[in-house]
Design a protein around this ligand. Structure first.
Ligand SMILES: C[S@@+](CC[C@H](N)C(=O)[O-])C[C@H]1O[C@@H](n2cnc3c(N)ncnc32)[C@H](O)[C@@H]1O
Length: 372
């Protein structure tokens, strides 16, 4: 069967279970993820001066992601070239068919292990996009080595959110060398654990990583990390790591260099996980291209959310349950906080969550007033 995403046609297997058992993997629910990916990478091409912009999609599946990059990225001053790879021969066959279906001449296809193709291409790609089953950790070292060291982009998807969100502790230590946090905003903490781990892996190569865009949607988290060359940049990135303890929605923070203390989660990234300008531009591109409603909805909330630099969010239902009050409408809480001069936004990953520069005590005051 043929599906259409953005401007790209993709032949996918007629029957899909969305598990590893499928002949070739394609998940229609990830369309919004791919829409956003095209828009984030598009922001890089506006001021890019060289003639060739190289992208590697080493875990390609049906090729949906890489093909969309090859077909939909607009680059007036040069060409975008995409390398797509998969270990599954049936996937490689389908990717080749999909290249023909879209009349593309800017895609190369390979069959083999992702780590092999990445390792063979040292500092080659402007963008490396790791979109595996589960955790990207097994491909991180080679992914970082295959990315250019200055203003390269490492895109990471992790679908092992149960691990990152604290349902299972041991695999989180194994895959990310970090303790998870099982809080109401664990999806943001999951993004931060993933970024924190990537920063530690990159640091040994004297590369700093700076998050420019992140989101947690459905069963996955996704982040985009800019490469910055040099030991100083790597040190600066490490300085933004630390440990966090959640106490009923409030956060206690310790720096990486203070060391671990029992009951804390981490190491994880404590800095901003978005670049505001890029988030706004990504939204603009998604609207211009009329990409999926789901992508536009995520991006719309993110535009507000990234204006507030709060670690995690306040879960209004959790706070109400702690103070034994029934939860007032979210709109009432938001209005009342704004009336008091606080910044406030909904969060894209939790319908009961808000981000604000208000303290927990201010939020409680507003809830009490609204429930009087
Ligand atoms: C989640 S799917 C990729 C989905 C795809 N990026 C998309 O957006 O539709 C993961 C893919 O990785 C492939 N894969 C698994 N292990 C691999 C390895 N070691 N090297 C290369 N490909 C691998 C699988 O065959 C599968 O097609």
């Amino acid at each position: 069967m043929i599906v259409v995403e953005g401007k790209t046609k993709i032949t996918v297997p007629d029957t899909l279970t969305i598990t590893k058992k499928d002949e070739v993997f394609y998940n229609p629910k990830m369309e919004a993820n791919r829409d956003i990916s095209v828009c984030v990478i598009q922001t890089f091409l506006k001021n890019y001066k060289r003639e060739e912009f190289l992208i590697c999609d080493p875990l390609g599946g049906s090729g949906a992601r890489g093909l969309r990059y090859a077909n939909e990225l607009e680059f007036k001053n040069g060409i975008v070239k995409v390398v797509i790879n998969d270990i599954n021969p049936k996937a490689v066959k389908l990717i080749k068919e999909n290249i023909k279906l879209n009349n593309l001449d800017n895609v190369e296809v390979y069959e083999g292990d992702a780590n092999v193709i990445l390792s063979k291409n040292f500092r080659m790609f402007n963008v490396v996009d790791l979109d595996p089953f589960g955790s990207p950790s097994p491909y991180l070292d080679s992914g970082i080595r295959a990315t250019i060291t200055k203003n390269g982009l490492l895109c990471l998807t992790a679908t092992d959110t149960a691990v990152l969100c604290g349902r299972f502790k041991k695999p989180c230590v194994r895959k990310y060398n970090a303790f998870p946090i099982n809080s109401k905003d664990c999806h943001e903490m999951a993004i931060r654990i993933l970024i924190g781990y990537a920063i530690r892996v990159a640091a040994k190569y004297d590369i700093g990583l700076k998050p420019i865009f992140s989101h947690a949607t459905d069963h996955y988290v996704r982040t985009y990390l800019l490469t910055q060359r040099g030991a100083k940049k790597a040190d600066e990135a490490l300085e933004k790591l630390g440990y966090v303890k959640d106490i009923g929605g409030d956060k206690v923070i310790k720096s990486l260099y203070e060391g671990y203390e029992k009951g804390f989660g981490g190491p994880l990234y404590l800095g901003e996980i978005y670049d505001k300008e890029i988030v706004n531009e990504v939204y603009k591109i998604a609207v211009e291209r009329n990409y999926s409603e789901k992508a536009k909805n995520i991006l719309k909330v993110l535009c507000d959310e990234c204006d507030i630099n709060q670690l995690g969010c306040y879960d209004i239902h959790e706070i109400c349950s702690n103070i034994k009050k029934s939860a007032p409408p979210m709109t009432t809480i938001i209005e009342k906080l704004k009336e008091r001069g606080f910044k406030v936004s909904r969060v894209h990953y939790n319908p009961k969550g808000i981000k604000s520069d208000a303290k927990l005590s201010d939020i409680i005051e507003v809830i009490l007033e609204a429930t009087d």
